[in-house]
Design a protein around this ligand. Structure first.
Ligand code: TYM
Length: 325
């Protein structure tokens, strides 16, 4: 039996390097493995759980589909769709909310972080975020979810919901596992925490020019001399070096750091060049795709139609088991 995969990115702004390395790269790897049937969405409804602009949301939904295509997701191999166009997600999410407690949801670190960040926006939608995410995954009975390590608490909730639904109602949901890439945790350019769309100065956009990348990397805080403990911004630089530089060059920079002969600007500029080289083909492809919006719209429409076929089948089963048919 072939396995199903589901993943997605929130439609808040364009994709950054963390999204690409922790999420999209894994999505591409599984798409290109014939043992998996892959469903990849733009989580636009998740974007309304924090303050948002209507006009930006409208644009971001499509822009992220364009990002997916430019990064190498292929509509011939994967079903690419926009979450809110498959309304079954919301219906299943409501059914799931009947077996999760408020206390459990309030306990999640991701929820607490968002409330801290947006104290005036402590909404029901925010509290329900992980339940909707569980519905996204289980609607397709996906057993593998390519996402960064930051999403692990949400996957734990999805597994819990699958178990409870199976126990209480006799459904047959798999317990979804995370599929990790080597970029499962990309640190912030500020040297504190993870790279995140909602933290200004923390990220590199996939569409940043070489000059923008260089400026941002040069601004990563370091020490006046090398040789001390590898923490903060220095750690960020070395994590990037490990990901983007050939192993011998990475080792060379590390040795120089330890024998105190490293010039940070040399490491920074080498990294900027390597990151830009990785992003250049993406940027060129993105321009071509963005010039053909009819093609993009067609993919979005067909994606929702394909997703709905699977979604309706699962929803029908759940409704029958719950006495709602
Ligand atoms: P989002 O939009 O925050 O992030 C999209 C993807 O990027 C990964 N990611 C990172 N990986 C490594 N380092 C980082 N600094 C970093 N920042 C983000 C995320 O782990 C994710 O893979 N809740 C999800 C969206 C979602 C979803 C789903 C995902 C909604 N429903 C169902 C999978 C399945 C989110 O907010 O991702």
């Amino acid at each position: 039996m072939s396995h199903r995969v589901l993943s997605g990115c929130r439609a808040t702004g364009r994709l950054h390097l963390g999204n690409y390395l922790g999420g999209v790269k894994g999505m591409i790897e599984l798409q290109n493995n014939p043992n998996y049937e892959t469903f990849y969405m733009v989580a636009d409804a998740h974007a309304i759980t924090t303050p948002f602009s209507v006009n930006e949301l409208r644009q971001d939904r499509r822009e992220i589909i364009i990002d997916y295509l430019a990064a190498g997701l292929d509509p011939k191999k994967s079903t690419l769709f926009i979450q809110s166009q498959v309304s079954e997600h919301f219906e299943l999410s409501f059914y799931f909310s009947s077996i999760e407690t408020i206390a459990r949801m309030m306990h999640l670190p991701t929820y607490k972080d968002k409330v801290k960040q947006y104290p005036k926006n402590n909404t029901m939608a925010l509290l329900n975020y992980p339940i909707l995410m569980a519905a996204d995954i289980l609607l397709y009975k996906a057993d593998l979810v390519p996402v960064g390590i930051d999403q692990e608490p949400h996957l734990e909730v999805a597994r819990e919901i699958a178990r409870k639904m199976n126990q209480i109602y006799g459904t047959k949901f798999p317990e979804p596992k995370r599929f990790a890439t080597k970029g499962e945790y990309i640190p912030s350019l500020t040297g504190e925490g993870k790279m995140s769309k909602s933290i200004e100065g923390s990220y590199i956009n996939l569409t940043d020019s070489f000059d923008e990348i260089r400026k941002k990397i040069r601004a990563v805080p370091t020490a006046t001399v090398s040789g001390g403990p590898i923490t903060g911004g220095i750690k960020t630089l070395f994590i990037f070096a490990e990901i983007f530089l050939p192993p011998n060059l990475y080792q060379e920079f590390k040795e120089k750091y330890h024998n105190q002969s490293l010039k940070f600007v040399a490491l920074k500029d080498t990294l900027s060049e390597a990151i830009y080289q990785e992003l250049k083909p993406f940027q060129e492809k993105r321009k071509q795709i963005a010039a053909n919006l009819n093609y993009v719209e067609k993919i979005i429409k067909e994606g929702a139609e394909k997703a709905k076929i699977v979604a309706q089948k699962t929803l029908k089963e759940v409704k029958e088991k719950m006495g709602l048919n």
